[in-house]
Design a protein around this ligand. Structure first.
Ligand SMILES: [Zn+2]
Length: 249
C-alpha cells in the first residue's frame, strides 16, 4: 500500500521535475515557460517526445544530444529524480493527505530555487515571493495560528541580520527564501536554518583548506543548503526540535 502510494506520487513528481527544469533554465532569462518547445542548447534541434522522458531519456542517450552529441547537463536528470524522490517521501511520511500534496509542492519549489541558485546565483522574486504568499495562506487556512507569519518574519529577520553582518556570505534572496520556509514550516524553520547554515560550512571549510586565503573571494550559494535544511525540517523537524528542547531542560 505504502509502496503504491509512493509510486503514485513519484510518477507525477518526475513530470513536475521535468517542468522545473524548464523553469530553472528559462525563468531567470525572462523567457516563456511554454513556448518554444525544448531544444538542444548546443545545436538547437527540437527535443522529440521520445527523448524528453524524465531520467530515462538521459540514461538511454548516455547524457548526450541525439543529433550533435553535446553533453546534456546532469542537472536535468538530477532535478527530475530529486523531485520524484521527495514527492514519494512526502507520500510515505504524510500519507494520502492534502498536507502530503502541499509538502511535495513545497519540495518542488525548493528544488527549482536550488537549481537556479546553483546556476545563476540568484533566487528569483517571481518564484520565492508568490511561493511565500501561497504557503502562508495555505497554512493559515489549514490551521489558523500566528505560528506561520511569526516564523516567516522571524526567520527572514534572522537571515537579514546575518546578511547585513556578512554581505558576501548571503544575500537578500536568502532572506526572502527564509520567509517562504518560515511560512510553511512554522517553528521548525529554526531547524531548517540551523541545518542549512551548518551544512553550508562544509564546502566553506573545504574551499578554505584547498585555496587558503583566496577562498574568501569564492562564494557558495546558500539557497541549496537552506533548501536541504528545510527538507530535513519538513520530515524530522518536530522530532529534532523536541530532542533539542529536551536537552535544554
Ligand atoms: Zn544537439
Amino acid at each position: 500500500m505504502s509502496f503504491a502510494l509512493a509510486a503514485a506520487f513519484a510518477a507525477p513528481g518526475l513530470a513536475v521535475g521535468s517542468f522545473l527544469n524548464v523553469v530553472a533554465a528559462r525563468l531567470p532569462l525572462h523567457r516563456s515557460l511554454v513556448k518554444p518547445r525544448s531544444a538542444c542548447m548546443s545545436c538547437g534541434h527540437e527535443i522529440s517526445a521520445r527523448d524528453n522522458i524524465p531520467v530515462l531519456s538521459y540514461v538511454l542517450l548516455r547524457g548526450r544530444c541525439r543529433h550533435c552529441g553535446a553533453h546534456i547537463p546532469a542537472r536535468y536528470p538530477a532535478v527530475e529524480l530529486t523531485t520524484a524522490l521527495l514527492a514519494a517521501g512526502c507520500a510515505l511520511r504524510f500519507g494520502l493527505t492534502w498536507y502530503a500534496l502541499f509538502a511535495a509542492a513545497f519540495c518542488g519549489v525548493l528544488v527549482a530555487i536550488s537549481a537556479i541558485d546553483i546556476e545563476y546565483r540568484i533566487i528569483p522574486n517571481r518564484i520565492v515571493l508568490p511561493a511565500a504568499g501561497v504557503a502562508l495562506v495555505l497554512q493559515l487556512v489549514r490551521e489558523p495560528s500566528l505560528e506561520w507569519p511569526v516564523a516567516a518574519l522571524g526567520a527572514s529577520l534572522f537571515l537579514f541580520v546575518a546578511a547585513v553582518a556578512h554581505p558576501r556570505g548571503l544575500g537578500m534572496g536568502d532572506v526572502k527564501l527564509a520567509l517562504f520556509l518560515g511560512a510553511f514550516l512554522g517553528w521548525t524553520v529554526s531547524v531548517a536554518l540551523m541545518v542549512g547554515l551548518v551544512a553550508a560550512l562544509v564546502p566553506s571549510v573545504v574551499l578554505f583548506a584547498r585555496h587558503g586565503k583566496a577562498a574568501r573571494k569564492m562564494t557558495i550559494p546558500l539557497g541549496p543548503f537552506l533548501a536541504l535544511g528545510a527538507v530535513v525540517a519538513l520530515f524530522a523537524g518536530d522530532a529534532i526540535l523536541h530532542w533539542y528542547l529536551g536537552l535544554m531542560h
